[in-house]
Design a protein around this ligand. Sequence first.
Ligand code: IPM
Ligand code: MG
Length: 362
Amino acid sequence: MEAKITLLPGDGIGPEVVAEAEKVLAAIASKFGHTFATQSALAGGIAIDKTGNPLPEETLGMCLEGNAVLLGAVGGPKWSDPTAKVRPEQGLLKLRKSLGAFANIRPVRVFPALAEASPLKADRVENVDIVFVRELTGGIYFGTPQGRETVANGRSGHDTMRYNEMEIKRVLRVAFTLAQQRKAAGGQGKVTSVDKANVLASSRVWREVAHEVAAEYPDIGYEDVLVDAMAMYLINRPGDFDVVVTGNMFGDILSDEASMITGSLGMLPSASLGEAGSVGLYEPIHGSAPDIAGQGIANPLATILSTAMMLRSSLGLEAEAGVVETAVSQVLAAGHRTADIAKPGETKVGTQEMGDLVVANL
Ligand code: IPM
Ligand code: MG
């Protein structure tokens, strides 16, 4: 097949990890006889430096005309002054919104070879296989009004958390559909919806609508969990969860927490998807890691695994996606580790070497 893929390397370690994913894409293309045309565009802090805009029109145009977007990471200390007028993160939010990518899929799976890397006891971690479905284009990230002002007590800032029925229904349906697919493949067949309905009006609407959607899927189990309790259960009994669906900010926080169950943030991919046929956005869930940028030691596996999600979800290439995922498992099983997942005394491989090892195992 032919596909056009837009690469947004971004900031920090972004360019280094995207370069390895590009190698994997090229290898898959030649192995399976596909033509993947890749085009790189500016996004994030580097785009602010070069154009003043974290998501230049040209970049957005390129993203919209391709089949899928692969993003490295955006942001860094250079652009994080709280009084700055433009921030790299605004570019990412605008991109998600413009692509209509309302469902952010974040699988949290423990690679057997890395079970010891988890800070949790091995028996709690062994069976962990969770997929977060985070609502990505609504909630407090996008609610208006938002802003700052000066009041009698000094400086003040405000955000608005708002969810409507349409937004809640469509993301819940993604979660239930995923739970059905996973159940067919041996999964638990359960959706956990996380909210703060004991305090927030938006969460009470979320919960009410979630119950209505749940009734459409009698074959799938359903539970509501309050977000504070969920933070606890993720540590206490992570193996109990299957598909976890939640709003934008709760999903942001809980998915970072969940990533630690696996022992390395550097391993976790994500896909951000909209309605069928829209352009998917794929990115590692880790950030730009400015402290290690440019040293050639970042772990490219989350970006490579995000590429596998892209092959599967945007290009319909299930077999190719499986080949990439298997190659990653084999490289780990053979004992190759980047610095973030190496135990003391283990030999470490660099970013490029890790990319080459994956390619060699395809
Ligand atoms: C994430 C990140 C982003 C978010 C930032 C970079 C805007 O933390 O993808 O989880 O908060 O959504
Ligand atoms: Mg986050």
